[in-house]
Design a protein around this ligand. Structure first.
Ligand SMILES: NC(=O)C1=CN([C@@H]2O[C@H](COP(=O)(O)OP(=O)(O)OC[C@H]3O[C@@H](n4cnc5c(N)ncnc54)[C@H](O)[C@@H]3O)[C@@H](O)[C@H]2O)C=CC1
Ligand SMILES: Nc1nc(O)c(N)c(N[C@@H]2O[C@H](COP(=O)(O)O)[C@@H](O)[C@H]2O)n1
Length: 273
C-alpha cells in the first residue's frame, strides 16, 4: 500500500460510522465545565481487564485495537490510573495512519495522556515509553494529576517534554477519604483546555466511574468484548451493586441507546449510562 507510515494502523470508514453517536462533537463548545467523557476498555467474557493487577493482558484483536487507536485520535486526552501506568508502561499515543508522528502534521490527532497518581507512585524517567514517544514527536507528554508536591527533578523532566503535574486537593473525610473526586479531576481537565477524554482504565478507575454517583459525568461507554475467559483472580469490572430503600439489591448500572458491532473476533458494545 502506498504512502502508509511504518507501523501505523488503519480503521475502516464503515466501522467509524457506528461509533459516531458515542463520540465527542467535532466543534466542541469552549465554555465547558467538564470534558465529554467516554469509558472505553477491553474486557473478557468474565469481565476481566487483565489476568492480575500487575499484568498487561492482550484482549483486543487487530481490528478492535485499530478502533481504540481511532478513538484516541478523536479525544483530546486519554486517562488511566497509576496502577495501569505501573503495570503496563503504556504508550498512550495514537498510531492510526495520518495522525501526527504517523504520517500527519506535528502532533495533530495525538491525545494528551493523563495519569491519576495522587501519591506519586509512578517513578517515570525519560526512557519510560510515554515520555520517550513524546521525545520522538510521536505522542504528547503526560499530565499527572496528584495530591502532593512532586520532586523538582521530575517537574523539570516532565515540563521539558511539554507535560506537567496538576495538584488537586484530596478529601480527608467521608466516602472519598484519601481520594480525588472525579468532579475535581474532570473540572481540572476542562480548566487545562481538555474538551474530551477517553478513560481506559484500569479496574479501580472504571469501577469508580460506573457508580451511580458519577453517572451524570459519563457521556458514553465503548467496550471491546473478547471471546475469552481470563479466569479468577483478574482485574474485574464490577462496580458496587445498589440497594433500594426497601433493602433489595439492584443492578449497579445498565446501558441504554445500545449498539453491538462485531469487529473481527471481538464485539464492540456502545451505550450511554
Ligand atoms: N483491558 C483494558 O482495556 C485495560 C486493562 N488495564 C489493566 O488494569 C490493571 C490495572 O488496574 P488497577 O490495578 O485497578 O489500577 P488503576 O489503573 O485503576 O489505578 C488505580 C490507582 O489509581 C489511583 N486512583 C484512581 N482513581 C483515583 C481517585 N479517584 N482518587 C485517587 N486515586 C485514584 C490510585 O492510586 C489507585 O490505586 C492492569 O493490569 C492493566 O493492564 C488497564 C486499562 C485498560
Ligand atoms: N483496547 C485495549 N485492548 C487491550 O487488549 C488492552 N490490553 C488495552 N489496554 C489499554 O491500552 C494501554 C496500552 O496501550 P499502548 O498500546 O501501550 O498505547 C494499556 O495501558 C491499557 O490502558 N486496551
Amino acid at each position: 500500500m502506498a504512502n502508509v507510515s511504518r507501523g501505523a494502523l488503519q480503521f475502516a470508514n464503515s466501522d467509524r460510522e457506528i461509533l459516531k453517536a458515542y463520540l465527542p462533537p467535532k466543534d466542541g463548545n469552549d465554555e465547558i465545565q467538564r470534558p465529554f467523557t467516554t469509558l472505553t476498555f477491553a474486557t473478557s467474557l468474565d469481565s476481566s481487564l487483565a489476568l492480575s493487577p500487575g499484568t498487561q493482558t492482550v484482549l483486543s484483536g487487530p481490528q478492535s485495537k485499530a478502533m481504540t487507536h481511532y478513538l484516541r485520535s478523536r479525544y483530546d486526552a486519554i486517562l488511566i490510573g497509576v496502577g495501569t501506568a505501573i503495570a503496563d508502561n503504556p504508550s498512550l499515543n495514537c498510531r492510526i495512519e495520518g495522525v501526527g508522528g504517523y504520517g500527519g502534521n506535528g502532533l495533530e490527532g495525538q491525545p494528551r495522556p493523563i495519569v491519576v497518581d495522587p501519591y506519586l507512585r509512578w517513578d517515570f524517567s525519560r526512557s519510560t515509553k510515554v515520555l520517550s514517544l513524546a521525545d520522538e514527536g510521536k505522542g504528547r507528554a503526560p499530565f499527572i494529576f496528584c495530591a502532593k508536591e512532586p520532586q523538582e527533578e521530575k517537574v523539570k523532566l516532565l515540563e521539558s517534554l511539554g507535560g506537567k503535574f496538576v495538584i488537586l486537593g484530596i478529601s480527608d473525610t467521608g466516602p472519598l477519604k484519601g481520594r480525588l473526586d472525579w468532579v475535581d479531576i474532570l473540572q481540572g481537565l476542562a480548566w487545562h483546555g481538555i474538551k474530551s477524554v477517553m478513560v481506559e482504565g484500569g479496574g479501580t478507575v472504571i469501577n469508580d466511574l460506573l457508580r451511580p454517583h458519577y453517572a451524570s459525568l459519563i457521556d458514553s461507554v465503548i467496550v471491546t468484548i473478547a471471546p475469552t475467559w481470563l479466569g479468577q483472580g483478574g482485574v474485574v469490572v464490577s462496580p458496587p451493586r445498589r440497594v433500594s430503600a426497601e433493602g433489595n439489591y439492584l443492578a449497579a448500572a445498565r446501558l441504554k441507546e445500545v449498539k453491538w458491532h462485531p469487529l473481527g473476533e471481538d464485539v464492540v458494545l456502545c451505550g450511554k449510562l
